[in-house]
Design a protein around this ligand. Structure first.
Ligand code: PMP
Length: 324
């Protein structure tokens, strides 16, 4: 799949309101409500190449979260979870992808504008394309430098911790602030001054052999976060959810981020401070390897996390208006 001419020029198909449409025809009008006000919900999902063929990681959990985000902002998705699951599987298949980033999104259309518009239809898309690595591969070994952000994550507000389109303005400005200052990523605090998360990643700290992570009152309830907690517990490593201050972060032994796109990413510096010896820590390395092998279908501990697309839905007939 060639993405070099921009994401709008890929040869393929997008699932759009129940139909498989040509990628280049998957367009909306400039008066699309969500484009103006950011009220939409989305997910970021990944399919990995495994010996059994392409396999989607935690498909059901991502779809459940999409519907939870929608419920939080009272957006009614006009499809069932099953239909959204099938669409994700089919876009990977129809676009002949071995590995994929999958993007489901539900948004309001251009039926009306203004905050009081009450005639809006909810539209849904699912696109999938090849997106190999979120950051340059060497950083997964070397680790990244993060900047404590001047932008905060609001604590206790369910909307701002959901996967709602408009929330990502805050993440992008925080990320850009960090990049402009020469860092790789932002680390945002919550409105009480404790550590929350990165622009698109959950945060973990290791101290004296134990793992600590902030609760999810000011951050997204990350699916990679949950997976890492389960994988760590399986390694008999204690995982404790608690408020974490920036001072504790600087005194820690290891730090890492987790996310569908970022996977497990070591953090070696916070502002000017080196964490421990400034190298990826041993627990981070173990969890990186456990996560990476699990998503690729090796050393499977939780088979329910994996949806193999070549076998799982072959019996289903899918709504489609054209064969590709
Ligand atoms: N926090 C934010 C703000 C995110 O956008 C993401 C990416 N979805 C994460 C954390 C990590 O969540 P997940 O592991 O479910 O991808």
């Amino acid at each position: 799949m060639d993405t070099s001419k921009g994401l709008e020029n890929i040869d393929g198909v997008v699932w759009f309101d129940g139909q498989y449409v040509d990628w280049k025809d998957a367009k909306v009008h400039v008066l699309t409500h969500t484009l103006h006000y950011g009220l939409g919900v989305f997910e970021g999902v990944r399919a990995y190449s495994t010996t059994q063929g392409p396999t989607i990681f935690r498909l059901k959990d991502h779809t459940d979260r999409l519907f939870e985000s929608a419920e939080t902002v009272k957006l009614k998705i006009p499809y069932s979870k099953d239909e959204i699951n099938k669409a994700q599987i089919e876009v990977v298949k129809k676009n002949k992808l071995e590995e994929a980033y999958i993007r489901p999104m539900c948004f309001y259309g251009s039926e009306g504008l203004g905050l009081r518009a009450d005639n809006l239809k909810v539209h849904c898309i699912v696109a999938a394309w090849y997106w190999p690595s979120y950051l340059s591969p060497e950083l997964y070994e070397k680790g990244i430098k993060v900047k404590l952000s001047s932008y905060t994550r609001q604590r206790g507000n369910k909307v701002s911790r959901s996967k709602v389109n408009g929330n990502y303005v805050n993440s992008i400005v925080a990320l850009n602030e960090a990049l402009e200052a020469g860092f790789d990523e932002a680390l945002m605090l919550d409105t009480e001054g404790n550590v929350a998360e990165g622009s698109g990643e959950n945060f973990f700290m290791v101290k004296e052999g134990k793992i600590f992570t902030p609760d999810v009152e000011a951050s997204l309830n990350g699916i990679t976060r949950k997976s890492i907690i389960d994988l760590a517990k399986n390694e008999k490593i204690d995982v404790i959810e608690k408020k974490i201050s920036p001072e504790e972060v600087i005194q820690s032994d290891e730090l890492f981020f987790t996310g569908t796109a970022a996977e497990v990413l070591p953090i070696t510096h916070v502002d000017k401070n080196k964490i421990s010896d400034g190298q990826r820590g041993p627990i981070t390395k173990i969890l990186q390897s456990k996560y990476s092998s699990h998503v690729r279908g090796e050393n499977i501990l939780f088979p329910e996390w994996l949806t193999n697309i070549s076998v799982s839905y072959t019996h289903l007939t899918l709504p489609t208006n054209r064969e590709v």
